[in-house]
Design a protein around this ligand. Structure first.
Ligand SMILES: NC(=O)c1ccc[n+]([C@@H]2O[C@H](COP(=O)([O-])OP(=O)(O)OC[C@H]3O[C@@H](n4cnc5c(N)ncnc54)[C@H](OP(=O)(O)O)[C@@H]3O)[C@@H](O)[C@H]2O)c1
Length: 226
């Protein structure tokens, strides 16, 4: 399986990249970002791209892949709706439209979050925008599209967040994560679980298209015997 990864420098994306590089069933990973990942691996190729609203000029390079793992995203904290929507909806759809056109057999997996609002009408800004983005992705002619809606994510294997406030929160929470995961297994996933579950869904599909934490954990568990 050949995959494209957006957001490979971020916390979720780093976790997904790690699992992709470890998985023998994945033969090639194209990481698309505005900066290099800093990693080298025989399976990894990088495409540095500047304008995330327009992928038409690199359409040929985005062709011939089986799945996309779209982990690019920002926290809505302190952002105006228009700015948050620009990164969340405009960037995602600009990439997805070109990918669907170039790869009709592609499975597209997008990371949103627990509480995403499919009605697009609720009071919470980020949830509405993520919901609108999910709904638009479902309308594109992919072979299949799945939305991952994790709650909190515990980064493993030395992975860190790009977002300062999350880095601090993670440092504070780190000793508590094992206890919290034991107490609230439905609310906290690890970067490893998210990565393994994405690969499994790209490979074999899933019973639902909206996957919450408990679904992600169960699918990751089934994919743990590599
Ligand atoms: N972390 C969590 O606990 C959690 C939980 C649920 C859902 N999520 C969702 O998962 C997604 C990823 O979160 P994360 O924690 O991995 O975030 P992160 O560590 O802040 O990483 C964000 C990623 O998006 C890229 N990115 C951000 N703004 C960009 C821009 N303007 N142009 C190009 N690339 C841009 C970053 O690239 P650069 O390296 O170039 O900045 C980085 O690769 C988000 O949609 C988030 O809502 C996260």
């Amino acid at each position: 399986m050949k995959v494209i990864l957006f957001g490979a420098t971020g916390m979720v994306g780093q976790g997904v990249l790690r699992e992709c590089l470890l998985d023998d069933g994945i033969t090639a990973v194209l990481a698309v970002g505005r900066a290099p990942t800093g990693q080298t691996h025989a399976k990894l190729r990088e495409l540095i791209h500047r304008d995330f609203t327009d992928f038409s000029g690199v359409a040929a390079e985005l062709t011939g892949y089986d799945a996309t793992f779209f982990c690019l995203g920002v926290s809505s904290l302190g952002m105006k709706e228009a700015d948050y929507r620009h990164v969340t909806y405009d960037f995602t759809l600009a990439a997805a439209r070109v990918l669907a056109q170039q790869n009709p057999g592609m499975t597209f997996i997008y990371v949103t979050g627990a509480g995403t609002d499919s009605t697009e009408k609720g009071k919470t800004m980020w949830a509405r925008v993520k919901g609108e983005t999910e709904n638009a992705l479902f309308k594109l002619p992919f072979k299949a599209a799945y939305m991952f809606r994790p709650g909190a994510i515990q980064p493993l294997h030395g992975i860190t967040s790009k977002t300062g406030v999350y880095r601090v929160a993670i440092a504070v929470m780190r000793p508590l994560f094992p206890l919290m995961r034991a107490m609230f297994p439905r609310s906290i996933a690890t970067t490893e679980q998210v990565g393994r579950a994405m690969i499994a869904v790209a490979r074999g599909g899933a019973e639902k298209t909206l996957l919450e934490n408990q679904d992600i954990a169960a699918i990751a568990q089934r994919n743990s015997a590599r």
